[in-house]
Design a protein around this ligand. Structure first.
Ligand SMILES: [Zn+2]
Length: 387
């Protein structure tokens, strides 16, 4: 039995918008799953195989990037960059969700080829986790000529996602809606490229197309990079039950508009975060933390709630067993503290003032994966692996 005990925690963020901060100073995980938390004096901390002294820092569920474009291993051809996933782990992210492996050079666009690549991508990231990162990949981009049986075959083979609708040849709402509903019938989640084209050859996806297609996630509602006009973003927020995914590689003004609109509508639980990296704007190892700080600062959201956009909301919208402090959920955590010399009376206040926190440790499935971040500003206090 592997037993992880994290003691001396300053505060526990839950990932739950309805109660973003939990009482307690201790977290216990057994065999990689959350087992118990609260005050150390009330918990059974005996027989630990790993002990971490949090030294007063904050523990939060590991962050989830809802929108990445991985290709293979820890390499991206998009910016010819190695170890972008390891760098992202150092930004507090423990789970990545593919919106399509579209940067694969020579990506097959014929139906048998795209199915083969989707299945292979799902497998190679299931079989190999760069630096321990969970990568949900195998997200085919729909093309003309696909029939219902294709979605059944992929689902039977373990494919659980569709890549961004609109990056392939299907650019009309009627065909897209048909394929998305086949995917849904076989348990596959879907997302769509919202806004102006990202690269030559991709097209405009406007609010009408998003609504007609009816994907589970409104992918980069703030554009990737060109956003829709304000009235269309507001219309999507008003009309849709799908997740409002805000990305780092998008339009920041549209991101703030989305959060303000969602808050006024009482729909902040639909807000989730992604980076859209690797992208033209590069890889964004701190993208999720930067958006939490930006949306807290400019969107008037308390920092403890803004963190939920980057873990618990995504977990719920994506039906993942991570991103929330919940018994039986994966022991995926980020330990963070106020950055050195950042203004504010606490870590959360410093984030609400627009500053990044410092990451001191990440843990995935109860195993320490990284210690002091090489990417965030240095944290005031650091957790310590003591046994
Ligand atoms: Zn896109």
């Amino acid at each position: 039995m592997e037993k992880l005990v994290i003691r001396n925690i300053g505060q526990i963020l839950s990932g739950k918008l309805e109660e973003p901060v939990f009482d307690g100073d201790c977290m216990i995980a057994i065999d990689g799953k959350i087992n118990d938390w609260g005050h150390e004096k009330n918990l059974d901390c005996d027989a630990a195989t790993t002990v971490v002294d949090a030294n007063g820092v904050t523990l939060a569920p590991g962050l989830i990037d809802s929108h990445v474009h991985p290709v293979v291993g820890d390499y991206t051809p998009r910016q010819q960059q190695l170890h972008w996933i390891d760098s992202t782990l150092h930004g507090g992210v423990t789970t990545l969700i593919s919106a399509g492996e579209v940067h694969m050079p020579g990506r097959p666009k014929d139906v048998v080829g795209l199915k083969a690549m989707a299945i292979a991508s799902q497998r190679w990231y299931e079989n190999f986790r760069p630096s321990g990162m969970k990568v949900h990949a195998g997200a085919p981009v729909i093309e003309h000529g696909m029939v219902e049986q294709d979605f059944k075959e992929m689902a039977d083979a373990g494919v659980k996602l569709l890549g961004e609708v609109g990056l392939g040849t299907v650019k009309d709402g009627k065909t897209a809606q048909q394929m998305v509903s086949w995917a849904r019938k076989y348990g596959m989640q879907s997302t769509i490229h919202t806004g102006g084209p990202s690269i030559p050859g991709s097209g405009l996806i406007d609010a009408d197309m998003v609504m007609e297609t009816g994907t589970d996630v409104i992918g980069h509602i703030n554009g990737g990079h060109s956003a829709l006009p304000d009235d269309q973003i507001i219309c999507l927020c008003e009309s849709c039950k799908a997740a409002f995914e805000i990305v780092h590689n998008g339009n920041e003004r549209a991101a703030v508009l989305t959060v303000n609109t969602a808050r006024e509508l009482g729909k902040l639980d639909q807000v989730i975060l992604g980076t859209d990296g690797p992208a033209g704007s590069g890889v964004q190892p701190l993208g999720i933390l930067r958006m939490i700080a930006m949306l807290s600062a400019f969107g008037n959201v308390p920092a403890a709630e803004a963190f939920c956009f980057g873990n618990g909301n995504t977990a719920r919208q994506r039906k993942l067993d991570t991103g929330l402090i919940e018994k039986g959920y994966c022991a995926d955590f980020v330990l963070l503290d106020q950055a050195q010399h950042a203004p504010g009376k606490s870590m959360l206040e410093s984030v609400q003032l627009g500053n990044l926190p410092g990451v001191g440790m990440t843990i995935i499935d109860g195993v320490i994966r990284s210690e002091r971040s090489r990417n965030t500003p240095p944290a005031h206090r650091l957790p310590e692996h003591i046994a």
